[in-house]
Design a binder for this molecule. Sequence first.
Ligand SMILES: O=C(O)[C@H](O)COP(=O)(O)O
Length: 206
Amino acid sequence: MSGTLILVRHGQSEWNLKNLFTGWRDPGLTEKGHEEAKSAGRKIKALGLKPNIAFTSVLSRANVTNDHILAELGLEGLQTIRHEALNERDYGDLSGLNKDDARAKWGEEQVHIWRRSYDVQPPGGESLKDTGARVWPYYLHTMQPHVLRGGTVLVSAHGNSLRALVMALDGLSGEEVVKMEIATGIPIVYSLNADSTVASKQILED
Ligand SMILES: O=C(O)[C@H](O)COP(=O)(O)O
């Protein structure tokens, strides 16, 4: 057995609440989102996990989520590395649009394909495959080495940057990933073997 990787999607954002495509835009958390992030920290603490290092995107909803988790763990000063490789998928021209308005304009099926397919890009934006092409190398070169040294690594990121990471860790196909959702503020805890394969996966639901 090697180390532990903890993945957390940020708590509910103002734009999640308003049902807007967000991508690289930078809204803050709602009250509920702050609570979800704190609750994620308490769940990680209840499991007795103590991160040695934290990674997050350059977007404030993930940064604030990381701060809440570290505060709940009493680890406020922990080294935290922020990198745009962990940012949400770039939603391109859809950014800022209401998801229901988009369905009315382009149809339910097209919007679902943009949101959940593996390799179809939304107009002017990134497919999940494009997002994975920046997330996975960053994981392999920068985060995974800490896990393989026996560390506990906390990652506070986004729905689709984490879907790309989980897709690779779980070995999901492009068809399987369509059905995969990641909830806000619910930690996913992986234990990795020394050869970097997944030993166990636990989703810390309520
Ligand atoms: O960027 C967004 O709009 C959300 O963070 C995730 O959106 P999705 O559920 O449409 O992938």
